[in-house]
Write a protein that binds this ligand. Structure first.
Ligand code: SAM
Length: 277
């Protein structure tokens, strides 16, 4: 296999460069999918030229996306919905919660699941777990239909790509209205809200959307080394309860109760960015 230099365009005039060996590459009906091997980060999943995860540091993203709402909820959650997340990392962490009885995942692109099963088996989840229902389809459509039939979940996680291409619909107002309706009265939602320094509009935009539908909404932070920036997540609850205090003493590779609490401490410029939006 030949190694070459590959670059991801992260922000205006800002590129990350990696030594990569290409393990897999395809054009799916929805996106350009690549799997690389890299000497420092291990295997890496790239969609439309944007790094999604690496074996080296994916635990930061997935553990913080999942355990903050699942361990921050006042009661142990039983029903969880994951939108996107075709790599299986978020579902893997959801299934670590013994209280979870039913976990539904709605991923648009079957090719992502196939590639991750083959090339990233350490990251992906056990799709055969009897608690899991996997739906291949558009998350916005699923949410609208679930809201219509009155289905609710204790926690909903939106593990989508950034707001370009097929995930755009997951950032729109109707999606957020359906999101609120699909949450249990004491339920919580979390979504990835991109990189506040290199993509400065996404986190304040997501905050504005969450504030429209939730009485409590708050961003929280996770330092993911490959992203070259802090990752922003935005959380919201239907009953106004905060998620900032963990209910249990859970330890992950990155996650622990101290990291949970500290993630809600925001730098002044995050506050300013939200206020100015
Ligand atoms: N860690 C991530 C990042 O860096 O942005 C996201 C991980 S995950 C790979 C994102 C997934 O969202 C992709 O597999 C993509 O196919 C899926 N996705 C995008 N739009 C979607 C939609 N409308 N409905 C369901 N899944 C969607």
């Amino acid at each position: 296999m030949t190694r070459h230099l590959w670059s991801e365009r992260v922000g205006r005039g800002f590129l990350h460069s990696y030594d990569v060996e290409i393990l897999h590459e395809e054009r799916t009906p929805y996106q350009h999918l690549q799997v690389f091997h890299t000497p420092l980060w291990g295997r890496m999943l790239v969609l439309d030229g944007i790094v999604q995860l690496t074996e080296g540091d994916e635990a930061v993203y997935h553990e913080m996306m999942v355990h903050v709402p699942l361990s921050g909820l006042a009661r142990p959650p039983e029903k969880v919905l994951v939108i996107g997340g075709g790599d299986g990392g978020a579902m893997r962490e959801v299934l670590r919660h013994d209280s979870v009885r039913r976990a539904v995942q709605v991923e648009l692109d079957e090719a992502v699941i196939r590639a991750c099963r083959k090339y990233l088996p350490e990251i992906t989840c056990d799709w055969n777990d009897p608690r899991v229902t996997l739906v291949i389809g558009d998350g916005a459509r699923y949410m609208a239909e679930a809201a219509e039939r009155g289905e609710t979940f204790d926690v909903i996680l939106i593990d989508s790509t950034d707001p370009v291409g097929p995930s755009m619909v997951l950032f729109e107002r109707p999606f957020h209205e359906a999101l609120r309706r699909c949450l249990a009265e004491d339920g919580a939602a979390v979504r990835q809200a991109s990189l506040p320094f290199s993509m400065p509009d996404v986190m304040p935009f997501v905050m504005a959307r969450f504030r429209e539908v939730f009485p409590w909404a708050a961003p929280y932070r996770a330092p993911v080394p490959t992203y070259g920036d802090e990752m922003a997540f935005v959380a919201g609850t239907r009953d106004g309860a905060s998620l900032s205090e963990p209910r249990e003493n859970r330890l992950g590779r990155y996650y622990n109760p101290d990291c949970h609490r500290a993630a809600f401490a925001l730098p002044t410029w995050w506050h300013d960015r939200i206020a100015d939006y």
